[in-house]
Ligand binder design. Structure first.
Ligand SMILES: [Zn+2]
Length: 374
């Protein structure tokens, strides 16, 4: 991770660089600020910058020396990651038990979307912590570490999730540094960090992103400027939320297009084009296919509700609403149950790993019959 890989936050980057350049690296400090502001990415760039043997004149790690190469594959020999985990039925758990999942997570979510991490842990309702064994393990590993560079670095994500016992184990290390260990912590909620730890750290505030920063980053990810601006406005500087909103919008637009085509082609009995349509849907991948089926159920329901003129229940975008205003006569008492049951059946088939092309073509052919019932 280079500083230039991270959008915005130029003042923080300048401060971090100057700590290293002037050889005044605090032995324990917290990058603190709202979720989705790039704190852990900044911490990773800083760790790589500290270890890099050929820093560039413009204040970046070189990206090519052995230290940089190791950092970029999350395997730097003098760097430890510490992060909250769950026991998952075991006696206890430490970060190392989930290192593979964490490295995947770092690759997929540079802004550290906590919901995604819960997904990686396999329990979206979990309350992950750093348990007491985490403290012992960190001490043990720091003691044994063979050092290839001047500093050993601990990158700790969410110190507010340290158990009290764990924190006590780490106190000595944070308080009486041996001079060769740097603790870099990143916190979304510094007020929840145990005072024993927090009082012994320096703090660097990382502000929320501006809407302009967020929108620019989304456009760079291929999101349309209009959707990017919408998502940025709602996300309030949280890059994770913005990414979820923007990609959700794009997905919604794709689903809308596929749903409209299904209904139009079915009404016109264009079997050949419906076969192409089913091949296209089958290319979405299983998880997205299931979401698409949910979308079809929702649109069918919305159309039926419009048919009944209960329009206060509608929750649709303008484009969806415009379509449904013309389409609703085709969803009625004679077919709505069959259509919803058809989508429900297709969802079960997709979950059971049935051939998606066959499932969606079957849906298309049955819609041809259902849609003409009046
Ligand atoms: Zn380097």
């Amino acid at each position: 991770m280079k500083f230039s890989d991270i959008p915005g936050q130029e003042q923080v980057k300048a401060r971090l660089r100057s700590m290293v350049d002037s050889d005044r690296i605090p032995h324990a400090f917290v990058l603190e600020g709202p979720a989705g502001s790039g704190k852990f990415a900044l911490a990773r760039a800083l760790a790589q910058y500290i270890h890099c043997t050929h820093r560039t004149p413009d204040g970046e790690p070189c990206g090519r020396c052995p230290a940089c190469v190791q950092h970029q594959s999350f395997s730097h020999i003098d760097t430890l990651y510490s992060f909250p985990v769950i026991k998952n039925g075991r006696q206890t758990a430490i970060s190392d038990d989930y290192l593979t999942e964490f490295k995947d997570f770092l690759g997929e979510s540079p802004f550290m979307d906590f919901n995604l991490w819960l997904g990686k842990l396999g329990n979206i309702n979990a309350q992950p912590h750093m348990y007491v064994e985490e403290g012992a393990e960190l001490l043990r590993r720091l003691g044994f570490m063979t050092r290839s560079s001047r500093y050993k670095i601990v990158l700790m994500w969410l110190p507010e999730r340290l158990n009290e016992e764990t924190a006590n184990k780490l106190l000595k290390l944070v308080e009486e540094p041996t001079g060769d260990t740097v603790f870099i912590m990143t916190s979304d909620n510094p007020r929840a960090i145990l005072p024993t730890i927090y009082s012994r750290t320096q703090r660097i505030a990382v502000p929320r992103y501006s809407d302009a920063d967020v929108a620019l980053y989304l456009v760079g990810k291929g999101i349309s400027p209009a959707n990017a601006a919408d998502a940025a406005r709602v996300a309030q500087g949280n890059m994770n939320l913005a990414l979820r909103l923007a990609t959700g919008d794009e997905e919604n637009a794709t689903f809308f297009d596929l749903f409209v085509r299904l209904m139009r082609l079915a009404y016109a009995r264009k079997v050949g084009e419906l076969r192409e349509w089913s091949v296209e849907v089958a290319g979405l991948g299983r998880e997205t296919e299931i979401k698409f089926i949910d979308y079809c159920c929702r649109m069918t329901r919305e159309s039926f509700i419009t048919h009944l003129h209960v329009d206060t229940l509608l929750s649709m975008s303008d484009a969806e609403n415009a379509f449904v205003q013309k389409f609703f006569p085709f969803i009625n008492e004679k077919n709505v149950e069959d259509i919803v049951a058809l989508f429900d059946r297709s969802r079960r088939d997709i979950i059971a790993n049935a051939n998606a092309k066959i499932v969606f073509f079957d849906v298309a052919v049955k819609i041809i019959m259902y849609i003409r019932r009046k």
